[in-house]
Design a protein around this ligand. Structure first.
Ligand SMILES: [Mg+2]
Length: 282
C-alpha cells in the first residue's frame, strides 16, 4: 500500500533547538580519506558495533527530502524571494526571518509539511508584518513563491542513484517520507529512482509509533532494519526509540524544524559523511 490518506493534527516537538550539525559535519569530512567510511558516533569515537560490512540481507528504510534529493534549498530560495518582495521599511531580514520561523512552526501543527503549508506561512507572515491583508496581485506573487517549489526538477544528491542501484540488489529498500501524499508521490515518481524501492509510504509525521507501524507492515525485524536520513528529529531519534538501527547522513541545509539533539553515543547510530559510503556498510 503506497501511502496513508489521513492527516491527523500533529504537535510540535518541545525540543526544537538547533544542534551544531554543520560544524560537526565539516569535522568528520576533514577526517575522511581512508578507504573505510568513518563509522563514528558524535563523541568522535569509532562505532565498534558495525566495523565491517553487513553481509546478511537487511531492510533499509530511506528518508527522501535532503537525503535522496535536494529539498530545503528551494524553500530557502523562496524565503529570500519573499524577503525581497516584502522590502520591509525597518525590520531587518533576520528579524523577519525569525518571525517567519515562528509562524512556520505553528503552521506545521495545522497544515503539516510541504509547499502548501509553506504558502500559508508566507501569507500569514506578510499579513502580520505588513499589517494588512494581501491584495489579489500581492497574494498571487507570494503564493507563486511557494507554488514554484512544486515544479522544481528533482535534483538527486550526488551518488544516490548509483548507490541505490547496488543496494537494491542485496537488500530490501523502502522509502519513508513525510508530508502531503500528492506532493511527495509526485517527487518520488519524478525522481527516476522509484524502481529501486520495493515499497514506499508517505506519512504526515515520523513519530516512533509511525516507525513501529511501518516495521510491522513490512514484516521486518528491527534488529536487521535501518533508518537512513538527514533529520535528527524525524529520522534518527524516533527510529532509535522504535528499536531500529540508524544511519545519520547530515545535510548542510537541513531545515531548522528538523534539528534536534541526538545521543552523543549510541550503539545503533552510525554517522556517515556521504551517501555513497552506505556501500561500505551494506
Ligand atoms: Mg529529510
Amino acid at each position: 500500500m503506497p501511502g496513508r490518506l489521513t492527516y491527523p493534527t500533529v504537535m510540535p516537538s518541545p525540543s526544537l533547538h538547533p544542534v551544531p550539525l554543520p560544524s560537526n559535519h565539516r569535522l568528520y569530512t576533514a577526517r575522511l580519506g581512508s578507504r573505510r567510511p568513518l563509522l563514528r558516533n558524535f563523541a568522535g569515537r569509532p562505532n565498534l558495533m558495525h566495523p565491517k560490512r553487513v553481509s546478511a540481507r537487511q531492510t533499509l528504510i530511506f528518508d527522501a527530502d535532503d537525503t535522496l534529493w535536494e529539498n530545503n534549498i528551494y524553500f530557502e530560495r523562496a524565503i529570500e524571494e519573499f524577503l525581497d518582495f516584502l522590502d520591509h521599511s525597518h525590520l531587518s531580514r533576520a528579524e523577519i526571518r525569525a518571525t517567519f520561523d515562528e509562524i512556520e512552526r505553528a503552521t506545521a501543527t495545522v497544515h503539516g509539511y510541504g509547499a502548501a503549508a509553506f504558502g500559508h506561512s508566507l501569507r500569514a507572515c506578510y499579513e502580520r508584518l505588513a499589517g494588512r491583508e494581501l491584495d489579489a496581485s500581492a497574494l498571487a506573487t507570494v503564493m507563486g513563491f511557494a507554488e514554484r517549489i512544486l515544479i522544481q526538477e528533482i535534483q538527486l544528491i550526488e551518488g544516490v542513484a548509483e548507490t541505490l542501484a547496488q543496494l537494491a540488489q542485496r537488500h530490501d529498500l523502502t522509502l519513508f517520507t513525510k508530508g502531503r501524499l500528492e506532493e511527495q508521490r509526485s517527487k518520488i515518481e519524478r525522481s527516476g529512482i522509484r524502481a529501486f524501492f520495493a515499497h514506499y509510504e508517505v506519512t504526515p509525521e515520523k513519530t516512533t509509533a509511525a516507525y513501529l507501524e511501518l516495521v510491522t507492515r513490512l514484516g521486518a525485524d528491527p534488529a536487521t532494519t535501518w533508518m537512513i536520513g538527514n533529520s535528527p528529529r524525524s529520522d534518527i531519534n524516533p527510529a532509535l526509540a522504535a528499536g531500529l538501527n540508524t544511519v545519520f547522513i547530515p545535510h548542510t541545509h537541513t531545515w531548522k524544524l528538523e534539528h534536534d539533539a541526538i545521543p552523543p553515543e549510541h550503539d545503533r547510530l552510525i554517522l556517515l559523511d556521504h551517501f555513497r559510503q552506505l556501500l561500505d556498510l551494506f
